[in-house]
Design a protein around this ligand. Structure first.
Ligand SMILES: [Zn+2]
Ligand SMILES: [Zn+2]
Length: 445
């Protein structure tokens, strides 16, 4: 018992002798001793005990503790200052805390209150506080800790985060959350500013692309790369509309977000429609100010604004893991396409039935299509065709439904891409084929 007592007192004396510290910084070196106690209370209690020890020595005419008493008096500690005066000694001038320089008092209170005020502009239930403090503070604290040889302490950042968190809690009545906070609050003591970073929100849905001629993602002008030039009519874009923009623009507006990232479960060519129940997608809403939006209403807004080009359905809230699932599943999911195909030599319906028979659960070997070779590596992929059904034939044109594995290039399955996709419809029918129209009818969920 006695040795434990003297250990704490010894360390406190050693610290008081070495450095001029505010109550909070002083107490922080003893942070793990005692619960429900602030570092400020720890610091001030230990300083009080030191003053009592010095007082006892001075009563016996022993001046040994005067140096330490002076150091404590420099921190502005009232008991030490009055004790010195009582024994006819001059109290020294006060000086700022050697570790925090006073940061833990007025600057902390200012930034914490600013954070609480700024947060009023955000829609959130939970928050997490972080901070940036000058390196010299951390360094000074580390040096003193190794000099003292204690492992009781906590870091100044933890103290700042905890104290700020308490101020924010009392001002906003919201709760801190270490795991999944709605907003991240960062106190930057270098520039004395507060940064608020709302966590992203993820919205899942399916889209139908009702017309041809719009790409899935925003397509920058190849000449100016988005800056704007005469070629692109100063839009910076090659196409006026894209599925991505039609869906994300209203989302950004409604959530008052900084931006949005669109993730589709695979993609279709510009000239391909997406019909039926639509293609799944996830929109990552970046730094939204609003968090609880009525998605049914949002769906209406998107569909109204996209004027029959794109339609979304089944919007729901999801999380980040859904993006990976979408990407992964896009490669293995079954998809159903509808194609309108032109034949060089007209063939009767009976002849075309060969397609249905031949392409029943057939494996296709496919080299990267020539039309995308300029941007994709040339490699062979192996994909499955599950079912082919010829729906109608009129003169040299037939309509066909194709159910196949995700990731198969369907246009190439039809015309064979000069033998790079095999087997192909063209190969089996023995006449040259041209794809007139292609639609995605269904993407399996
Ligand atoms: Zn301090
Ligand atoms: Zn341009």
């Amino acid at each position: 018992m006695l040795s434990a007592a003297s250990e704490v007192i010894e360390k406190a004396l050693k610290l008081a002798e070495k450095a001029v510290l505010c109550d909070k910084c002083f107490g922080r070196f003893f942070a793990n001793l005692g619960f429900a106690l602030s570092n400020e209370a720890r610091g001030s209690s230990l300083k009080t005990v030191i003053c009592m020890i010095a007082s006892n020595l001075l009563n016996k005419g022993d001046q040994e503790a005067v140096g330490i008493l002076m150091n404590i008096a420099r921190t502005g500690f009232k008991i030490a200052r009055e004790l010195l005066v009582k024994y006819g000694l001059n109290a020294p001038e006060t000086s700022p805390c050697e570790v925090c320089g006073g940061l833990l008092y007025e600057p902390l209170r200012q930034l914490a209150e600013k954070a609480a005020a700024d947060l009023l502009r955000y829609d959130f239930n939970t928050y997490l506080v972080g901070c940036r403090v000058p390196g010299r503070i951390i360094e000074k604290e580390d040096n003193l800790r190794s000099y003292l040889e204690v492992d009781w302490g906590e870091s100044i950042k933890r103290e700042i985060n905890r104290e700020t968190s308490l101020i924010i809690m009392s001002k906003t009545k919201k709760k801190p959350d270490l795991q999944k906070p709605d907003v991240l609050v960062i106190l930057d003591f270098h520039n004395m500013v507060v940064e608020i970073k709302p966590s992203p929100i993820f919205v899942y849905g399916r889209y139908r692309k009702l017309i041809r001629g719009i790409p899935q993602s925003k397509w920058y002008c190849s000449k100016c790369r988005g800056v704007g030039c005469s070629e692109c009519n100063w839009t910076g874009k090659r196409y006026e509309f894209s599925v991505e923009e039609l869906i994300t623009k209203p989302i950004i507006e409604v959530f008052e977000a900084r931006g949005a990232r669109f993730h589709g479960a695979g993609r279709e060519d510009i000239d391909v429609r997406v019909l039926g129940p639509g293609r799944p997608f996830v929109v990552e809403v970046v730094e939204p100010k609003k968090r609880s939006i009525d998605l049914a209403k949002l769906q209406e807004i998107i569909n109204e604004k996209s004027q029959g080009m794109v339609e979304v359905l089944g919007l729901s809230y999801t999380d980040r893991s859904m993006i990976g699932k979408l990407k992964l599943s896009a490669k293995v999911k079954r998809k159903t396409y509808r194609a309108l195909v032109e034949m060089e030599e007209p063939l009767e319906k009976e002849k075309l039935e060969a397609l249905s028979k031949f392409f029943q659960g057939v494996t296709i070997k496919q080299w990267t299509p020539r039309r995308v070779l300029h941007r994709r590596a040339d490699k062979q992929r192996v994909k499955k065709v599950y079912e082919v059904k010829v729906v109608s034939v009129k003169d040299r044109i037939f309509e066909v439904w194709i159910k196949c594995q995700g990731g198969l290039y369907v246009k190439e399955l039809i015309h064979g891409d000069e033998g790079r996709t095999t087997p192909s419809f063209q190969e089996v029918l023995g006449t040259k084929l041209k794809v007139l129209e292609l639609d995605v009818l269904e993407v399996e969920d």
